[in-house]
Design a protein around this ligand. Sequence first.
Ligand SMILES: C=CC1=C(C)c2cc3[nH]c(cc4nc(cc5[nH]c(cc1n2)c(C)c5CCC(=O)O)C(CCC(=O)O)=C4C)c(C)c3C=C
Ligand SMILES: [Fe+2]
Ligand SMILES: [Fe+2]
Length: 388
Amino acid sequence: MGRVGVLLLNLGGPDKLEDVGPFLYNLFSDPEIIRLPFRWLQKPLAWFIASRRTRTSQENYKQIGGGSPLRRITEAQGEALKEQLGYSGQEANIYVGMRYWHPYTEEAIAQLTQDNIEKLVILPLYPQFSISTSGSSFRLLEKLWQEDPKLQRLEYTVIPSWYKQPSYLQAMAELIAQELDQFPDSNEVHIFFSAHGVPKSYVEEAGDPYQQEIEDCTALIMQTLNRPNSYTLAYQSRVGPVEWLQPYTEDALKELGAQGIKDLVVVPISFVSEHIETLQEIDIEYREIAEEAGIHNFRRVPAPNTHPVFIKALADLVIDALKEPSFKLSQAAQMKKRVKMYPQERWEWGLTTSAEVWNGRIAMLGFIALIIELVTGRGLLHMIGLLQ
Ligand SMILES: C=CC1=C(C)c2cc3[nH]c(cc4nc(cc5[nH]c(cc1n2)c(C)c5CCC(=O)O)C(CCC(=O)O)=C4C)c(C)c3C=C
Ligand SMILES: [Fe+2]
Ligand SMILES: [Fe+2]
């Protein structure tokens, strides 16, 4: 086998507060995050939403030290993976390709092409597949492949999702057991799986397998843990006014509080590294909601990060992928059920594509009105005193 490379895909996060605005702009420019019928609307709308969200988002990043730890942790995972692969006799170069911030996927691809990698394993650092995460990165890679004849000659294989990997399940079970054992009566503690949410329409209309994979993954972790604790699965981090997968984490916490639950262990299930949604959203926002609801003993399970059993899971995934027939990007982006990336739909309320279109159109009108107001100094915002 020629020179082997492993491309680790992740979302990326702002390294410092000044990066938050451009990072959000990149994120909302992605049609896999906001789907619009007209390409030309995507960038102005992304700019508009990003500008409106930047200040709140910066406040959240301030609470975790002024930036995301995602790059540092992903690079540490890469180094640990290289070492672990070496122990198994598999030398490999590791590349990190982020979707919305540095080091960008394009930078990683440029580097691995320069290094003359001959066999590449593409491994998203999301255990479960979603159109909005791994799907978005696969789409970008497909585009890069189409544009570059050199890449077309490169032998590669994709690991689309891997939540069933036994060492991953083992690492999660070990991390949960460690937290449960901090309580005097560990079997009585309620386990709360908090998955990152996605709009309900992704699953129900576009065929995203994400919810099914999250549910299967939760059941497999509980099976591996092999303890009698009761558990709940809920979805966090909703953005915007439309319906996302339910139950929402905040509602489920209030409900458990009302039922008299006092001891809770929260398990972040869709991430393998600490980032803003574990460090700020769970540790600060959800903790406060839980305490107000009467859940006084609230602990959070750390993300796998560089846990040795988790790194072994990544190494085993790579080694197995090198032995198996290759899996192509086009197959990975389609999945079992045909994923409709840009479906044509009937009118419905919620973040359906049609609603997104109308949200987009309305936001666009607002955006144009805002530009006119900024230029002319006349308009609604001046009238109500928000602009002077
Ligand atoms: C499995 C993980 C994730 C899914 C699914 C996902 C979907 C999704 N996210 C947004 C909007 C935002 N995501 C943001 C940051 C962010 N999201 C994930 C993971 C998933 N997102 C990560 C790892 C991060 C980076 C965190 C960091 O440490 O920097 C943000 C920015 C942060 C904020 O302002 O809250 C937004 C916005 C949507 C709309 C979506 C599905 C359509
Ligand atoms: Fe997100
Ligand atoms: Fe969030």
